[in-house]
Design a protein around this ligand. Sequence first.
Ligand SMILES: Cc1cc2nc3c(=O)[nH]c(=O)nc-3n(C[C@H](O)[C@H](O)[C@H](O)COP(=O)(O)OP(=O)(O)OC[C@H]3O[C@@H](n4cnc5c(N)ncnc54)[C@H](O)[C@@H]3O)c2cc1C
Ligand code: SF4
Length: 340
Amino acid sequence: MQPLPKFEYREPGSVAEAARLLAELGSRAKLIGGGTDLVPSMRQGLYTPAYVISLQRIADLRGVAWEDGVGLRIGPMTTLREMEASAEARARFPFLAAAAREVGSPQLREMGTVGGNLCLDTRCRHFNQSEDWQDCVEACVKRGGEFCKASPNGRARKCFAVFSADLATALVAANARVTLQSAGGARTIELADYYTGDGASPTAGRPDEVLTEVLVPSAMQGVLGTYLKYRMRQAIDYPIAGVALTLRPRDGRVHDARMVVGGISSRPVIVKGLGALLEGKVLDETLAESAAKLARKSATPLANTAGDRAHRKQMVYEFARRALAEAAHAAAGAGGGEAR
Ligand SMILES: Cc1cc2nc3c(=O)[nH]c(=O)nc-3n(C[C@H](O)[C@H](O)[C@H](O)COP(=O)(O)OP(=O)(O)OC[C@H]3O[C@@H](n4cnc5c(N)ncnc54)[C@H](O)[C@@H]3O)c2cc1C
Ligand code: SF4
């Protein structure tokens, strides 16, 4: 591991001050939450910001709180450990607390934040390498080159690096929204729309914006949720496929179902047609089978992270089946709502 490149460190005491700094410093600056992703990337020479702006001193950006009629408000500087332990999250959306627990290791979760997880950089075996390694090969699209080496013929001009954030995938399934603040004002968008699908520029956040709040709307109260993660090792490891499912059981039937697959593409992929397929129906074996096949169809992983492509695609089917089985079980009143 190489030493950190030189940079100037700033610790604003408020969001307004952080936004002002970003407006002033532009793309020369990078925000840092817990630093569990940014610091290793800087050591690898993937990013060399002249300024690093820490959000650690901004108390307003921390905490998980429920507000009637609004929803579950999550501060982006809430650590993953705080998220997994939050009484409000566990009581109202236990699958979100459980998804936070799926990230990395206890040490990473002590430092890593919810905001950092949502803004996590995409990963690719051709990009997340040391500077020395990178110096020996031709630059790909994400490094400013012409072609993507991971694309099937190596000639695509787009980056397909993979978004592998566990909690983000579960939060998209929870219909979460995020607020982005710049010196010019704030805007709130659906978390699903925050992801562009472009591996080289994976979020719609501008360099002058701070993500200041995550909101799970109060309308989501009462949904059942599950997040299931497939990884190479049962220890510290990114998801190479992660399946999140939310649905509302009523009168023994499924309503408002949403399935999201992470770790297979440059954004969390919402399984198209799944909600319509399940709406108002009893979730039996045949229906679960059709829904899991839809999930598999939506997954088109490339060979740019760990795991064989075909195997990962099949695991999306397997995990979708399991998530649906858990949901059917939980809907029948026998518990559930956890992540595995
Ligand atoms: C060994 C290892 C294993 C890991 N395993 C997993 C895993 O299993 N699952 C998983 O999901 N992740 C994993 N991670 C990635 C990372 O630890 C987590 O995603 C964590 O949540 C990142 O949070 P952070 O606060 O440390 O992010 P940082 O490193 O501080 O920031 C990450 C990015 O987000 C931006 N950012 C941070 N906060 C904000 C904000 N409020 N507004 C705008 N931009 C912001 C930063 O500028 C940076 O680009 C792993 C990392 C390592 C090193
Ligand atoms: S997906 Fe392609 S462009 Fe993106 S980092 Fe990998 S090789 Fe580079």
